[in-house]
Design a protein around this ligand. Structure first.
Ligand SMILES: [Zn+2]
Length: 417
């Protein structure tokens, strides 16, 4: 039996698209009527709101980055004129910038999809170790947890010693917070003489706001018996994607439209290629169309065995500024690191140059063991590189051990512009 949060999660591709397009049309229409900013943006682009009929039509509108949103809000405080003035906002969050975000508490249930997918429910006592004041995290995760029926301990960012005490006394079963904070709570518990796995009941953890490094994940799961899940969102747009028990990509939330765009043009990249994650949260309060997260990812379209039919994000590969485009495809340092890990952290460097109009990708590798450099080794090396980074390697240069200095960049771009 497939266990899903609601029917939306099993919608067919056509049904989901038509429902989302319908909600988008309503959002744009309402935004044009209620928000002077949205009206101005569409008028400037020479677009009649009726011309936005589907997600594909969003491409004609500009992407709004966080920096741009800060500027817009400074010019027109507090919400840049993007809000619906007819709605009474019940909470205003802020995040560094500052950016002000109007929220309605009833929309918080959206994080519930993530908690449900992590198996959190009425039998759980969840420690919510996210900050509760000013920023959205604490309260929105809190309400999402309530929505799936869990009892919440709003511990916020109290000291790790206090968190250990709460976990012990209140028989906490699930942790919600950053991975690094869970690590320090575990370390503190050891210091206090506890065996985290034996003495406590924490069996699930949902992380956000920080990347979950593979080693740490393995340690949480193996050493401490904690089943871990990643959640992805941004204060400006709420929850965007969440992991299911398959842990192979993050399902895109039903209430958001996610585009993967070329940051230089704002146009969608071909399906499956890497680009910037651009989010439109379908709602009728805050008409922020096409929010550019600055994060790099790609879409996985294959069906997930968990039963959810939404497309997935393949994690976050890095930030827009860090990536380099080779033959039209982005490569991020994090992808190179992931590739490196497959070869025992072999010291290497990617160098991009240009011959004529062609981009040339060379991999410099330290020949630290005898098998490195054989024809079969190189063939496999290139194959794995293409699997992880999508781009093919043109040539490989073999170096002596120690030739690549630790301070050297992982990706070097030698192309002149
Ligand atoms: Zn799934």
């Amino acid at each position: 039996m497939i266990n899903l949060f609601d029917k939306k999660e099993s919608w067919g591709k056509r049904k989901r698209k038509s429902q989302q397009d319908k909600a988008l049309v309503e959002m744009v229409k309402l935004g044009y009527e209620k928000s002077a900013r949205v009206k101005q943006m569409l008028d400037d682009a020479g677009i009649n709101p009726g011309e936005i009929k589907s997600r594909e039509d969003l491409e004609c509108l500009p992407v709004t980055s966080r920096e741009k949103l800060v500027d817009m809000e400074m010019q027109q405080p507090p919400y840049a004129g993007l809000e619906n003035p007819d709605v009474v906002i019940d909470r205003i969050f802020t995040s560094p910038g500052p950016v002000y975000e109007p929220h309605l508490s009833e929309t918080d249930y959206l994080w519930a999809r993530a908690f449900f997918a992590a198996g959190i429910g009425p039998k759980d006592v969840a420690l919510n170790a996210f900050l509760y004041h000013l920023v959205a995290a604490g309260l929105t995760f809190h309400n999402g947890l309530r929505r799936v029926g869990a009892t919440v301990v709003p511990s916020g960012t109290s000291s790790s010693q206090v968190q250990v005490q709460l976990i012990k006394d209140l028989k906490v079963t699930a942790y919600v917070g950053t991975p690094s904070f869970l690590k320090s709570i575990i370390d503190k518990s050891k210091e206090l003489g506890f065996d985290f796995k034996k003495d406590f009941l924490v069996k699930k953890a949902c992380f956000a706001a920080e990347p979950l490094l593979p080693d740490l994940r393995r340690s949480f799961e193996k050493d401490y018996g904690i089943d871990t899940y990643q959640m992805y969102g941004a204060t400006e747009v709420g929850d965007v994607a969440y992991e299911c028990s398959q842990k192979k990509g993050w399902h895109i939330c039903e209430e958001t439209i996610v585009e993967i765009v070329d940051p230089a043009t704002g146009k969608n990249v071909p399906e499956g290629e890497m680009g910037e994650v651009v989010v439109t949260r379908l709602n009728d309060i805050f008409f922020l169309l096409r929010f550019g997260t600055g994060d790099l990812s790609r879409i996985i379209t294959e069906t997930c065995p968990c039963g959810r039919t939404s497309y997935r994000l393949a994690g976050i590969a890095g930030r827009v500024g860090e990536a380099i485009k080779v033959r039209g495809l982005f490569i991020a340092p994090s992808q190179i690191k992931m590739f490196q890990a497959k070869f025992n952290n072999l010291p290497l460097q990617a160098v991009v140059s240009r011959t004529g109009h062609e981009d040339v990708l060379k991999l410099r590798i330290e020949k630290i063991s005898p098998e490195i450099g054989s024809a079969s080794w190189e063939e496999n090396f290139k194959k794995v590189f293409r699997e992880i980074c999508t781009v093919g390697i043109n040539n490989v240069e073999y170096l002596n051990a120690g030739e690549i200095k630790p301070e050297e960049k992982l990706i070097v771009d030698q192309r002149g512009y």
